[in-house]
Ligand binder design. Structure first.
Ligand code: ADP
Ligand code: MG
Length: 328
């Protein structure tokens, strides 16, 4: 079947809008953006590959959302404010229904965060979506992985583990009742980048990271970069699986060990893990309230390297599951 429209019509129809903040948007050889005076650019890329990062039959609107969300999540982890993004797209063929859905999901999230599409590349090939986001932050104020200090509190935003629960349920390796699958699937397919929290934590958090591969693995990156270890309280961590009434619903279908496993090693949640000194507790709470984002204090950094999972009775748990690694 011949393609209904060509490359340039496709770009014009689905991926072009008049530039707003950008000096120059889609249409020339380069886009131009102007960071504010005294600001640094924060830049990050994430690629989504069919079969690897999403199911071939996933709703294209949620895919458009997710492709941008995982990139915005990196800006959130640095405390940056989004400016714009580029979209490099390989498409096996021109499917206008798919493009309409994909671009709808993409624009909705872009508009929500005032992050405009300023350029990209479009080619024919196996479905592959690569987005690069550009954000800005005041010079020297980026939240880094390497800034944690001994004795800092460790916090996590939102809930952890549901995205991986949905993935396992969709793959058929875990049975989840329909309402819980619907809830979890929302987390897997339409993650919420925690931009407001990241920005509110500038000058407060000592280190931060977004949780894409699982809490222990991603927190491990902070600890390694900061030359530290940590202890986490399992009794607190297990409650991160869900809030309020949903918490009991998940607890009724999963063992305690499963709940903890999903929270600690789940992945794909795109929440923030961050550290802050003890003295900043009130400031962290204020940042959470200002950004309307729940945060939970789950442990402390320590000079001794390695991650220790402390149970309510004071003994330590040895963790089995590892976080996700594409090449493991
Ligand atoms: P070039 O030949 O200079 O690489 P292209 O012909 O690939 O330019 O693209 C033409 C214009 O359309 C450029 O401004 C480019 O940034 C933009 N563009 C291409 N693909 C996309 C896309 N998927 N989303 C947004 N802009 C795009
Ligand atoms: Mg090109």
């Amino acid at each position: 079947m011949p393609n209904p429209i060509g490359e340039f019509d496709l770009i014009a129809r689905y991926f072009t809008r008049p530039a707003r903040q950008a000096v120059l948007g889609v249409g020339d050889d380069c886009a131009l953006i102007q960071p504010g005076v005294g600001m640094q650019l924060a830049i990050s890329s994430d690629m989504l590959v069919e079969g690897r990062h999403f199911f071939p039959d996933v709703d294209p609107a949620t895919l458009g959302h997710k492709a941008l969300a995982v990139n915005l999540s990196d800006l959130a982890a640095c405390g940056a404010t989004p400016l714009g993004f580029t979209l490099a797209l390989a498409l096996p063929r021109v499917d206008t229904d798919w493009l309409a859905g994909f671009s709808r999901g993409l624009w909705a999230l872009a508009d929500l965060h005032g992050c405009e599409l300023i350029g990209g590349d479009t080619t024919c090939g196996p479905l592959n979506i690569c987005i690069t986001v550009f954000g800005e932050l005041p010079q020297g104020q980026a939240l880094l992985r390497s800034g944690a200090k001994v004795g800092d509190d460790i916090y996590v935003s939102g809930t952890l583990g549901q995205a991986r629960l949905a993935l396992d349920a969709l793959r058929g390796t875990l049975a989840l009742p329909a309402p819980l699958l619907a809830l979890s699937r929302q987390r897997l397919e339409q993650p919420t980048p925690r931009l407001a929290l990241g920005q509110a934590l500038r000058g407060i958090a000592s280190a931060a990271i977004d949780i894409s591969d699982g809490l222990t693995g991603d927190l491990g990156h902070i600890l390694k970069a900061s030359g530290l270890g940590a202890s986490l309280e399992t009794a607190v961590a297990i409650d991160l699986l869900a809030h309020d009434a949903d918490r009991a619903a998940f607890a009724s279908v999963l063992s305690t060990a499963q709940q903890l496993d999903y929270v600690l090693a789940g992945g794909d949640d795109y929440e923030l893990a961050f550290c802050a000194p003890f003295q900043a507790r009130a400031a962290v709470q204020a940042a959470a309230e200002k950004s309307h984002t729940p945060v939970t204090r789950i442990g402390r950094t320590q000079a001794q390297t390695g991650l220790r999972l402390q149970q309510a009775n004071g003994t330590f748990l040895t963790q089995k599951s590892k976080s996700f690694d594409h090449f493991a």
